[in-house]
Design a binder for this molecule. Structure first.
Ligand code: ATP
Ligand code: MG
Length: 226
């Protein structure tokens, strides 16, 4: 019985300009199973966002292998990579990055469109997520009519819209006060548990760590469990 969704095997990443290179990630091994919510903490510049970008197929590793649902991600062609990103991965960033000219409902429907989910199913899923995230009464509002917490909840709904296997959150609470921040992390946790997904959150906020199953520390490109 296979329970792991995400596996990283000896992943390293170098950045360089030809003259000099720096190794930003050093032989990272990580397995995340269904229903697990993982946190990564660590100092600025230690490689946390680079790691999330590699897992999310936005960057390719210099060495090593990443598998999502038993599929080796970075060996796929570009077109396939776009599909993997659209269907298998949900991103939540520090700022919600909503599209200013779309109302809340349309922000979600556009994701369904990109992930090639059929209309009926997309409608149903958008409505269900808005209900779960307590946003139904806001579905026809535009981003500039929403509070910070509401916008971030829309960003969470958007990340879950394509029913991805893996959720990647890079400091999702940084722009929120502590109560709203905790709400947002609780919602991610509930979604992970109820839909059996895998999630990785980078955070500077120690107060959120009790909501996570395991906590890792990133230090100078090395990942270790706390
Ligand atoms: N595209 C790039 N080209 C060259 N160097 C890069 C690139 N992206 C990141 N780096 C470097 O890699 C290192 C890790 O950066 P990263 O953004 O992963 O850190 P981080 O842990 O997310 O930091 P923070 O907590 O400040 O967000 C830094 O030294 C950064 O300058
Ligand atoms: Mg970062």
């Amino acid at each position: 019985m296979e329970q792991s969704i995400l596996e990283l095997k000896s992943v390293s990443k170098d950045f360089g300009d030809g003259n000099s290179t720096i190794r930003v990630l050093k032989k990272i091994n990580l397995t995340v199973n269904k229903g697990e919510f993982i946190a990564i903490v660590g100092p600025s510049g230690s490689g946390k966002s680079t790691l999330l970008s590699i897992i999310g197929a936005l960057l390719t590793p210099t060495v090593g292998e990443i598998t999502i649902d038993q599929q080796i991600v970075h060996q796929q062609y570009n077109k396939k990579l776009n599909q993997i990103r659209a269907k298998k991965i949900g991103f939540i960033f520090q700022s919600p990055n909503l599209i200013p000219y779309l109302d809340v409902y349309s922000q979600l429907r556009i994701v369904a469109h990109i992930a090639k989910i059929d209309n009926r199913q997309g409608e149903r899923r958008a409505q269900e997520l808005l209900k779960r995230l307590d946003l139904s009464h806001r579905m026809r509002n535009y981003p500039n009519e929403l509070s910070g917490g509401e916008k971030q909840r829309v960003a969470i709904a958007r990340a879950f819209m394509s029913d991805p296997s893996v959720i990647l959150a890079d400091e999702p609470t940084a722009s929120l006060d502590s109560v709203r921040g905790r709400n947002v992390v609780e919602m991610i946790s509930q979604e992970v548990k109820s839909s059996n997904k895998a999630a990785i959150m980078v955070t500077h906020d120690e107060r959120m760590l009790d909501l996570c199953d395991r906590v890792y520390n990133m230090e100078d490109g090395l990942l270790s469990q706390k």
